[in-house]
Design a protein around this ligand. Structure first.
Ligand code: ATP
Ligand code: MG
Length: 410
């Protein structure tokens, strides 16, 4: 992805806000490699997922080892926690990351082959309070970005104990419709019937509307966990709807799954997806340990912010432009600009040999808050007119007194 300055400030605003909110909720940043051994994703994301089956960028290194560009961050975080032995530290572990991910998909609005995620993970907390905590963090970020059209949908998909019974019920239901299902879902019928609920095709989606609902098949423990989550969310004043069609694409989810969905940004409307993955750490070679997290797609956040009309203002970066006429004045302009920069002021002067008129035009275009014009007479007298661009007012300043100039620029 190429992102230019005319958009980067939006990214920076989101990243800064995400870091601030994450810190407030006690999450610390983790960084990990852009690629991992393919086997990690096969186990950690799941062999039956679209990501592993169709979307990974996989290649062999010089030793013939199969590597893949990260399609998401949870498996890598789990691997890092295991490899470092941090799972033996005081629990829970709470991490966040802002990473680029890679998936071989059909590019369209809100879906690209390289994209960015802000993600959080908690390891070693099994109470529903932890589920509510990550949801509250995601919700706080969405509110902080002033998004209005984003709604929270939650569901519980049970655990290895109650899921087989539910899978059987789903299989039975979908088998009766197997002629109508899309080719992919017909295969899913045997391997992973839960995923049919997730299918985007119109006909599968319609059939799924009246399929058995996960929450009616939960075991007592899963049911109590879901009730506890709802109680926590109610106590936090977070509105949600229960959406039994949300199952999430990844194999490792257990119990809580949730999405923040933006109305009206088109087909790719899930800005954030997450859930509990109590089986993950163990399945990638670690101890038995609970986990929960989410990932937000930054492009989709931006689409949603555009739609809600809540994009930040582009920053006004340039405080002073020093225009100059003649070689001596040009050197003086460079000197003053740099001395001001050392005091924390952003200043620019001509670097391409523009005429005085073109320099002023440039200063206007660059949005300079102030301009200063230097020529031979200003060098001689040591005085120049500092012009405030917003109202055209001018004050005389001493061009050799940086402290005075800085004060005049506030
Ligand atoms: P989708 O159903 O849209 O493909 P997903 O279930 O594959 O989503 P996750 O793996 O849960 O997505 O990723 C979390 C978030 O990352 C998504 O909710 C979305 O905002 C973002 N995301 C996923 N894939 C892409 C992509 N190819 N381009 C841009 N953003 C993406
Ligand atoms: Mg996907």
């Amino acid at each position: 992805m190429d992102i230019f300055p005319d958009e980067i400030y939006i990214w920076q605003h989101i990243e800064k806000t995400a870091r601030e909110v994450a810190a407030r909720y006690g999450f610390e940043e983790i960084r990990f490699p852009t690629f991992e051994e393919t086997a990690l994703f096969n186990r950690g994301v799941g062999d039956t997922t679209d990501i592993v089956q169709k979307e990974m960028y996989t290649f062999s290194d010089r030793d013939g080892l199969s590597l893949s560009l990260r399609p998401e961050g949870t498996a890598s975080t789990a691997r890092a926690v295991i490899e470092s032995g941090k799972y033996a530290d005081t629990l829970p572990l709470k991490y966040y990351y802002i990473i680029n991910c890679f998936r071989y998909e059909k590019p369209q609005a809100g879906r690209s082959r390289e994209f960015y995620q802000f993600g959080v993970e908690i390891f070693g907390a099994q109470n529903a309070a932890a589920d509510a905590h990550v949801i509250a963090m995601g919700n706080a970020l969405i509110r902080e970005l002033n998004l209005k059209s984003v709604a929270l949908h939650i569901n519980s998909i049970g655990c290895p104990e109650c899921r087989p019974k539910y899978h059987d019920a789903l299989r039975e239901y979908f088998r009766a419709h197997s002629d109508e299902l899309c080719d992919t879902c017909r295969k899913r019928l045997e391997t992973n019937p839960l995923r049919i609920l997730d299918c985007k095709s119109e006909i599968c989606s319609k059939i799924a509307d009246t399929a058995p609902r996960t929450i009616e098949y939960l075991c007592d423990d899963c049911s109590a966990h879901f009730d506890s989550l709802k109680k926590c969310l109610d106590a936090l004043g977070i509105t949600y709807s229960i959406d039994t069609r949300i199952v999430r694409g990844l194999d490792y989810y257990t119990r809580t799954v949730f999405e923040f969905i933006s109305e009206g940004i088109g087909a790719q409307s899930t800005v954030c997806g997450g859930g509990r993955y109590d089986g993950l750490i163990e399945s990638v070679g670690g101890p038995r340990m609970a986990g929960i997290g989410f990932a937000m797609g930054i492009t989709r956040l931006i689409l949603s912010m555009k739609q809600d009309g809540v994009l930040p203002e582009p920053p006004a970066n340039l405080t002073l432009y020093i225009a100059s006429l003649g070689d001596a004045a040009s050197v003086k302009a460079i000197e003053i600009a740099d001395r001001l920069r050392h005091t924390g002021i952003s200043a620019e002067s001509d670097l391409v040999g523009r005429s005085l008129k073109a320099q002023i035009k440039y200063a206007n275009k660059a949005g300079a808050a102030y301009t200063l014009i230097l020529g031979d007479s200003e060098l001689e007298s040591g005085k120049a007119q500092l012009k405030k661009m917003s109202d055209g007012s001018q004050v005389e300043i001493d061009i050799n007194n940086i402290a005075e100039m800085k004060a005049a620029l506030q």
